[in-house]
Design a protein around this ligand. Structure first.
Ligand code: ASP
Ligand code: MG
Length: 407
């Protein structure tokens, strides 16, 4: 049995007209001889509307009940879409998470998939040609409804593709693929034909919001090729797949940026063992994610520690740091919210040196001051003043020749 998994996001199922476009894609998949599993999101705006309702009803909405509430968005989509398929004479039925079942842990609001009953799905595919599955939701072992976190329908789709051995998982959205950078700020941004899982992970975590990050982790782990493409065109989109030598030939594949950064510095921290733990322990206890970290070399037994957090976590971070600073004897805590980070990403960096130097030289030429730097095997990240982000993205995009069509 040849099975194809297709997933359609909120803008693709927003109204009847869009859903008819979706039906065309599904019919085309059937015509190619596939049995189909179609995963749908809630119609655009619906999940936000439901979450706002929860906040209106309760100051501290119960997490488990929130999942019962927000999962209804997808239920509406799959029922309506299955009606459309049946009107076209297709043997189809809808399936909610608990009907599969798509089993998860009980971390409501961001549950993880632990098991999918693929035998049951295969049996259903003997009887039906299309199974229309509610994305974003699952259920615990004792039958309570869960959701997988915002954007989680991508993960539902990739998990189903892995469980069913789908040749490819097609993720349909309102853009025609993954771009070398944000086309809204760089007019020469180019759609990529292929991108490696690891590059995509870095891009997603930098806020290239095309795919749910967990779906990419899943795809990488189970080697599911994922094709990001548009519901509204016939473009083949971008294939997210395993790295190969043609990808390595490129130094840099994409430039990502993130304006959701705030910088915090503790001055004159005693340079003794246990200080970093004293600073970052209390932050992680409160669930604050720390991004970049830099510690200077010590002068007179003292050093500075600088790190960045998401802007929404800044106030909480500063409150925690005031206490930490007093405890460890730091002289002061300063912060800056007008910062942003820009990253150059590419698996090709593994085998080439000098990429960082080229990036720094290009930025220097434009007079952009670099506040912090961090590097990994396939990524160089710099923190700069927010007002230079667009310029920095364009410079790096140009420096690494991303606007040339090398294919
Ligand atoms: N409807 C959910 C959300 O808006 C899940 C998804 O669309 O992927 O986050
Ligand atoms: Mg999405």
């Amino acid at each position: 049995m040849k099975i194809l998994v297709q997933k359609f996001g909120g803008t693709s199922v927003a109204n009847l007209e869009c859903m008819k476009k979706v039906r065309e894609k599904v019919l085309a998949g059937l015509a190619r001889g596939n049995k189909m599993v179609v995963v749908l999101s809630a119609r655009s705006g619906e999940t936000n509307r439901l979450l706002a309702l929860a906040d209106e009803w309760s100051n501290t909405p119960d997490k488990a009940e929130c999942d019962v509430l927000v999962s209804t968005g997808e239920q509406v989509s799959i029922a309506l879409f299955t009606m459309l398929l049946k009107d076209a004479g297709v043997r189809a039925r809808s399936l909610l998470g608990w009907q599969i079942p798509m089993t998860t842990d009980d971390d409501y609001g961001r549950a993880r998939i632990t098991d999918i009953d693929s035998a049951k799905l295969r049996a259903a595919l003997e009887e039906y040609d299309v199974l229309v599955v509610a994305g974003f939701q699952g259920c615990t072992e004792d039958g309570r409804i869960t959701t997988l976190g915002r954007g989680g329908s991508d993960t539902s789709a990739v998990a189903l593709a892995a469980a069913l051995g789908s040749v490819e998982c097609e993720i349909y959205t309102d853009v025609d693929g993954v771009y070398t950078t944000d086309p809204n700020i760089c007019s020469t941004a180019r759609k990529m034909d292929r991108v490696a899982y690891e590059e995509m992970l870095e891009m997603a975590s930098m806020g290239a919001k095309v795919l749910h990050i967990r779906s990419v982790e899943f795809a990488k782990k189970y080697k599911v090729p994922v094709r990001v493409r548009s519901t509204f065109t016939d473009d083949p989109g971008t294939l997210v797949t395993q790295e190969d030598s043609s990808m390595e030939a490129l130094l840099v594949s994409g430039i990502a940026y993130d304006k959701d950064q705030a910088r915090v510095t503790l001055h004159e921290v005693p340079d003794v063992p246990g200080i970093a733990a004293a600073v970052f322990g209390p932050l992680s206890e409160k669930g604050v994610l720390v991004d970049m970290i830099v510690q200077n070399t010590s002068l007179d037994g003292h050093t500075d520690i600088t790190f960045t957090v998401s802007r929404k976590d800044l106030n909480q971070t500063l409150a925690i740091m005031d206490e930490v600073a007093r405890k460890i004897g730091a002289s002061e805590v300063v912060h800056d919210v007008n910062v942003a980070k820009v990253s150059a990403i590419g698996v090709g960096m593994r085998n080439h040196s000098g990429v960082a130097a080229r990036a720094f030289a290009a930025l220097t030429q434009e007079g952009i001051n670099i506040l912090m730097i961090s590097t990994s095997e396939i990524k160089i990240t710099i923190l700069i003043q927010e007002k230079y982000v667009e310029l920095a993205v364009r410079i790096l995009h140009d420096t690494f020749g991303l606007d040339w069509d090398i294919n």
